[in-house]
Write a protein that binds this ligand. Structure first.
Ligand code: LMR
Length: 404
């Protein structure tokens, strides 16, 4: 036939999730995909989301009509205020609703392919090493060459800040696009300090680099949505051109509803510039999916724009992030109690949903194959998969693969 299709390689994160689902072992433990779990190991619908769903079910004004091409405006304007702060003039932000974080990354990348640097169209995009695996696929799909800048120093289990800064200063071309994780870096759980962000921003200014912020974990790093937006807001304050890919998958638990937004904010933006950007993004959206799903955006909009619901949401984020912090402490504590060789302080120093525990790939494979503990081969664990019933088992198995 004229169409010859070889089998695609499996996606590492989703293939792991499928393997976990199919495993009948009673002690199986899911530390793979980044999705919050309750202390009972179950998916958790945020009570505030459930509240809003009930209100929606009884709202006679809601229909299933198409959204406008740019999506639900009240939703993405509320999203812009969440990430940039309440003082932002949303008229100066070029925004659209997207198919969550992945869709925002895709639409942002497509826009930059056409319009940067300096209007000529970008060919290169830089990502940290390591980064969320899907970044490569998303950016390559739109024709980017993906280059990597140093980020994680595996030997010392810390940020390779010198390597990062040196690459940004000396290896990038003026106007290049650089992907930054807004907070709770995936997969390492290690963010730059404020002082380090300030130095990074300085290089962005000098070289007119474009900041491509991926913000999938606002609220998960510190439990405080404002604190987690600090780096993005600092870059705005410094007048750096940027975009933000905003996902509500994790912080509202809306994973499968594909709820997110893309916000482009240029240092010299005007309402007209922002409108032009939104119009191009809407044009791109029309050619790919026509319009984005209404359901999740209505939930997020309602929560973000209703003070009592917002307050409830804020407390539910704190509940999720504090349970994760407890589990970090518990895992580290058990490993230290067992005197597992190595240092484990990085587990509590890392933040957000993930910990990069620093085991070799063969040990990670053993944890999965022999002990039914599902984690990524690069030793990323989703700490949200730990709970008071399984953390001891996980620590004991880590101890075994390290010592036996
Ligand atoms: C993850 O990194 O596990 C999550 O962001 C889920 C995904 O889409 O890969």
């Amino acid at each position: 036939s004229t169409l010859q299709v070889a089998k695609a390689k499996p996606d590492p994160i989703f293939a792991l999730a499928a393997r976990y689902q199919a495993d009948p072992h009673p002690k199986k433990t899911d530390l793979g995909i980044g999705a919050y779990r309750s202390n009972e190991g179950k998916p958790w619908v945020l009570p505030v989301v459930h509240e809003v769903e009930k209100l929606m079910a009884n709202d006679p004004t809601l229909t299933h009509e198409y959204s406008p091409l740019a999506g639900n405006k009240d939703f993405y304007e509320a999203g812009a205020r969440l990430i940039f702060g309440n003082d932002i003039d949303v008229k100066k932000v070029g925004s659209i609703q997207t198919l969550s974080g992945t869709g925002a990354n895709h639409m942002g990348a497509l826009l930059l392919r056409h319009y940067t640097p300096f209007g000529k169209g970008a060919k290169t995009i830089w990502v940290p090493t390591p980064t969320w695996g899907n970044h490569y696929q998303i950016f390559q799909t739109v024709g980017f060459e993906v280059k990597a800048y140093p980020y994680w120093d595996g030997e010392n289990k810390k940020l390779d800040f010198e390597g990062l800064l040196d690459t940004l200063k000396n290896k990038t071309a003026d106007g290049d696009t650089i992907v930054l994780h807004a907070c709770a870096h995936n997969p390492t759980g290690m963010d730059p300090t404020k002082e380090q962000w300030e130095q990074i921003a300085e290089v962005f200014k000098q070289k007119e680099l474009f900041a491509f912020f991926d913000s999938a974990y606002q609220g998960f790093a510190s439990g405080d949505v404002d604190r987690d937006a600090w780096a993005v807001r600092y870059f705005v304050e410094k007048g750096i051109d940027l975009l933000v890919c905003q996902s509500f998958s994790k912080n509202m638990g809306l994973y499968g509803e594909r709820c997110g937004a893309l916000h482009v904010l240029l240092h010299d933006s005007t309402p007209e510039v922002a409108e032009n950007i939104t119009s191009q993004l809407a044009y791109q959206t029309r050619g790919e999916v026509s319009t984005t799903p209404a359901f999740g955006s209505r939930i997020a909009q309602k929560i973000l724009t209703t003070p009592e619901l917002y307050k409830q949401w804020d407390s539910e984020i704190k509940l999720m992030s504090s349970r994760i912090i407890e589990m970090r402490k518990a895992l580290r504590g058990k490993l230290e109690e067992l005197k597992t060789p190595g240092t484990w302080n990085h587990i509590t120093e890392q933040i957000g949903m993930f910990s990069f525990i620093g085991l070799p790939e063969a040990s990670c494979k053993r944890l999965t194959d022999e002990f039914h503990i599902y984690l990524l081969p690069n030793s990323r664990i989703s700490v949200a998969g730990l709970n008071t019933s399984n953390v001891e088992y996980v620590a004991e198995c880590i101890h075994k693969v390290v010592t036996e």
